[in-house]
Write a protein that binds this ligand. Structure first.
Ligand code: SF4
Ligand code: SF4
Length: 304
């Protein structure tokens, strides 16, 4: 039976598309955006998360770990991630909830059973289910087709939140079942993309052209990062590309960068590479919004 790793299912979401939604966050993404506020979404593997501030150093986790995934250093416990098999045994012994595993396998049926509980709410609010990540489109297409067909049969509205880096065939096969796309564009500058986001800009733009040809309903999402893509030049380039390729944009979501996710890097044993990124001011966000308006875009939100 096909399964996919999910790291969160968020009910009552109002930021991931129309109405009230349940958002399913799948694990794994081919990009590595420096500002990613869900770093646990990047790896395709399960990961152990440690909330150091909750830890009372009772050592119960270490005593019951079957794989030497936790060691004692100068009287304090530390995760030894290279030995951790993410078996989850330690979670059962930590009464302080200081440990967590990011990533749980679900079948399509299991996900449908969970999200359909809020069906009435979707109907009343014009909402539905958003499949997000990580990069949901990089999950197995067999799994995604099964999930989307089942949701469709129940009449549940489906939105896909994608960064665009996935096989073109996956988009071609899935578009007929998807009601709306939230499509991330970070920059169309190749060098900047490689430096801050990773390879794949060409694929991302090609896939956008492809789903546009297939008449997908598209919201373009732009994470606005100070020092990366917040200058008029970068925004103009992005707009020119959208216009030149006749992308039919239903809405533009401008999402200001924030640093709220930085603590999560520490919990995963990673360091947060802030580089030269900064939080754009409200005035800057308004100025960017106005550039889109000047080019004829009408439905623009700041903050999603
Ligand atoms: S998840 Fe398993 S292997 Fe990893 S630290 Fe906990 S008990 Fe040890
Ligand atoms: S069991 Fe929990 S509280 Fe105790 S040492 Fe391990 S992580 Fe800390």
């Amino acid at each position: 039976m096909k399964e996919a790793l999910v790291f969160n299912i968020q009910r009552f979401s109002i930021h991931d598309g129309e109405g009230i939604r349940s958002t399913v966050f799948f694990k794994g993404c081919g990009l590595h955006c420096k500002w990613c506020h869900n770093p646990e979404s990047q790896s395709y593997q399960k990961q152990i998360i440690r909330y150091e501030e909750r830890c009372k150093n009772c050592k119960a986790c270490m005593n019951f770990c079957p794989h030497q995934g936790i060691k004692e250093v100068k009287g304090k416990i530390e995760l030894d991630r290279k030995n951790c098999h993410t078996c989850g045994t330690c979670l059962d012994y930590c009464v302080y909830n200081a440990l967590e595993i990011a990533g749980k396998p679900y079948t399509a049926n299991q996900l449908v059973e969970i999200v359909k509980r809020d069906r009435m709410l979707y109907e009343e609010s014009g909402g539905g289910v958003t499949l997000s990540g990580g990069e949901v489109m990089s999950q197995s297409i067999g799994f995604l087709l099964e999930l989307c067909k089942k949701l469709k049969r129940l009449g549940i509205h489906i939105t896909i939140d994608t960064c665009g880096l996935a096989p073109r065939e996956s988009y071609q096969q899935l578009v007929p079942y998807v009601d709306a796309f939230l499509y991330d564009i970070k920059t169309i500058d190749q060098q900047k993309h490689e430096l801050f986001v990773g390879d794949g800009l060409e694929t991302i733009l090609d896939n956008l052209i492809e789903i546009n040809k297939m008449d997908a309903i598209i919201t373009i999402r732009v994470a606005v990062i100070g020092g990366f893509n917040d200058r008029e030049k970068e925004i103009q380039e992005m707009i020119q590309w959208l216009v030149m390729n006749q992308i039919k944009v239903k809405k533009i979501d401008l999402l200001p960068y924030h640093e709220a996710g930085s603590i999560k890097y520490q919990r995963l044993g990673r360091s947060y590479e802030k580089k030269k990124m900064s939080v754009p001011s409200p005035e800057k966000m308004e100025a960017i919004k106005n550039i889109f308006i000047e080019h004829g875009f009408q439905n623009i939100s700041i903050g999603g």
